[in-house]
Design a protein around this ligand. Structure first.
Ligand code: ATP
Length: 584
């Protein structure tokens, strides 16, 4: 029940639809329960008592009741459904919002396919409960309660005989519930895994194909598919096992009723019409009890789904803004790290150890070092993608924790090694950070990023639609669109993370030229493996295992006989070797 309580903020505001649905359900149920009484009157008074004069009244009575039942079923179903749909619409909005603000840490381990299945299948599972589960419980109580009262009014002993079988039925239903809930949770989980597999495969289809791993992928999918199949089969097995058992007990109960009831009719203790009415009423008790499996099913699914939705909704977000955070200030771009140490969650080895440096507004800082040495980690602390465990990251003398996140992040531009382009127009991709920007500014940004010419050569120019992940453009072209996007937000701090590593030398040269233009007047962090990309930096930080092992300008570092000079020599020798092999 806790799960439903925790999610109440999403459905309680719409309780009026639920109440309306419940009221009309009572009307529908009441009318259904009147049928057996009418049947009893028809048999005992019209057929046996030969009072044919009341036939027209009975016919009109039946018709009126059926018409009222039709209208009330419509209202009950519509409002019940509406209650579930509107609550789920709210939950989906909240989940999506939550996903937007969850920290990077969450996404390091989260699986896209699993999140997708929570947002679709689990939301649907919970909706089923809201739309049908609640009302089915009410219907159950009404049917069983009223039927028993009517039955007692006909014959106490027959009612007692009939309900003798009920405890057996309740025990079976209870056992069924105990098994079906974990089985449902397992089905949902397995579906999440299956989704993840498909999503990863499609995202990584280039790698799959280039390494010819189609068969391997098919085998892996097969494993997940088998698991999903088996869990569904297990679930079906529980259903298949318990339903005949419930039906058997129900039928045994009816046989008992007909035997004892028949004996009572023969001995004139009850009328034949009363036995027929009894028979219908027993159906109204037994079938809801058997149907309890279906209700429990909806309930279990709703609970399992609700738990999975809560896992996202209750995920803590440690990157919070202070109440009186600095907002709407323009950053000058003075960046300082004071003894910063970073540990990624779940990793006891520090990714950054005691990092200290200062970057004046408009200066260029180069970060170089082996892969995994911590270059990207440094830049991720500036916009608070992650939080340092000790030390301080300051911008314009203020700790990044004291800034409003929006103020901070909208003034830090990133161009990554592989930029993500949305499946929309080039124009929308460039303007993504500032949708209100004018077309003139978009074109200007594209020109400065050296992207305008190739965009104009595309059939629809700036209105060209890009496929998922910007397919249809070369690596260099995508990169230039990403640079234009970064220019568009006019950032005070710019991070170029290995932005040219994926392109050829000629494109790299063109991009670097474009970037020099963009870097002007902004504090820029260049992460690069090639010395040529950062040799003009105002300060170069050389990293090893999360520590700064050397720092200075290019000329200084070249005479230091340290790691920088070693990297230079390797790269320089490489160039010499390439030149020699080309010449001779
Ligand atoms: N999100 C993360 N979760 C856990 N560990 C991480 C995460 N990101 C990086 N690391 C670890 O932190 C260390 C530094 O990584 P970082 O990406 O900063 O290195 P880098 O110098 O930028 O490497 P590269 O040149 O390969 O991009 C590595 O050991 C890496 O495995």
């Amino acid at each position: 029940m806790n799960t439903f309580k925790k999610l109440k903020e999403f459905y309680l505001p719409y309780k009026k639809y639920f109440i309306l649905s419940a009221i009309f359900m009572i009307v529908t149920t009441a009318i259904t329960l009147v049928y057996p009484v009418l049947l009893q009157k028809t048999i005992d008074e019209v057929v046996i008592g030969q009072k044919f004069g009341i036939i027209p009244y009975l016919v009109v009575g039946y018709l009126v009741l059926m018409a009222i039942k039709g209208v009330s079923t419509y209202i009950q179903q519509y409002t019940g459904d509406y209650f579930g749909i509107i609550a789920m619409y709210k939950i989906r909005e909240k989940l999506y919002e939550k996903l937007q603000f969850l920290p990077f840490r969450y996404y390091d381990n989260a699986k896209t396919g699993d999140i997708m299945s929570r947002l679709t299948a689990d939301v649907q599972g919970f909706r089923q409960f809201l739309s049908f589960g609640f009302s089915e419980i009410i219907r159950f109580v009404l049917f069983v309660g009223i039927s028993i009262v009517v039955m007692f009014s006909y014959s106490v002993s027959l009612t007692i005989v009939t309900i003798l079988a009920l405890p057996f039925l309740i025990i079976v239903v209870n056992k069924f519930d105990k098994q079906v809930h974990p089985a449902f949770r397992a089905v949902r989980k397995s579906f999440g895994h299956l989704n993840t597999k498909v999503q990863e495969n499609i995202s990584g289809i280039n790698t799959v194909k280039s390494l010819s791993k189609e068969d391997f992928e098919i085998d892996r999918f097969h494993t997940f598919n088998v698991d999903y199949r088996d869990r569904n089969v297990h679930n079906s097995n529980i259903w298949a096992k318990y339903f005949p058992l419930m039906e058997f007990i129900g039928n045994a109960c009816i046989i008992l009723l007909l035997s004892y009831g028949g004996y009572l009719v023969i001995n004139d203790r009850i009328l034949p019409g009363q036995l027929v009415a009894f028979y219908s009423l027993v159906g109204y008790i037994i079938f809801p009890i058997m149907n309890l499996g279906f209700i429990i099913n909806i309930f279990s699914q709703g609970k399992a789904s609700g738990e999975r939705l809560l896992e996202i909704l209750e995920e803590p977000n440690e990157i919070k803004e202070k109440e009186n955070a600095e907002r709407d200030v323009t950053l000058k771009g003075d960046v300082e790290f004071k003894n910063v140490t970073l540990n990624y969650p779940g990793d006891e080895n520090a990714a950054l150890k005691n990092i200290s440096f200062k970057a004046k507004p408009g200066s260029v800082i180069g970060l170089i070092g082996a892969t995994g040495s911590g270059k990207t980690s440094i830049t991720q602390l500036i916009p608070r993608f992650y939080e340092a465990v000790s030390g301080e990251v300051l911008i314009d003398g203020i700790n990044v924790k004291d800034y409003d996140l929006n103020t901070l992040r909208t003034q830090i531009g990133f161009v990554l090694q592989e930029s993500f382009l949305f499946s929309s127009t080039i124009k929308a991709n460039i303007a993504y950070g500032r949708p209100d920007v004018s077309m003139e500014d978009i074109v200007n940004a594209a020109k400065r990023a050296d992207a305008h010419n190739f965009i104009m050569e595309l059939p629809d120019g700036y209105d060209t639609l890009l496929g998922e992940r910007g397919m249809g453009l070369s690596g260099g072209q995508k990169q230039r669109i990403a640079i234009a996007r970064a220019i568009c937000i006019n950032p005070s701090i710019l991070v170029l993370d290995d932005a040219t590593s994926a392109v050829d030398m000629e494109t790299e040269f063109a991009i670097q030229k474009a970037m020099r233009e963009v870097m002007h007047g902004r504090t820029t962090f260049i992460i690069a493996h090639r010395i040529s990309s950062l040799k003009h930096a105002d300060e170069i930080l050389v990293l090893e295992d999360g520590e700064i092992v050397e720092r200075g300008v290019h000329e200084q570092l070249m005479t230091n006989n340290g790691p920088y000079e070693r990297i230079y020599n390797i790269q320089f020798k490489d160039q010499q070797a390439i030149l020699q092999s080309q010449m001779g």
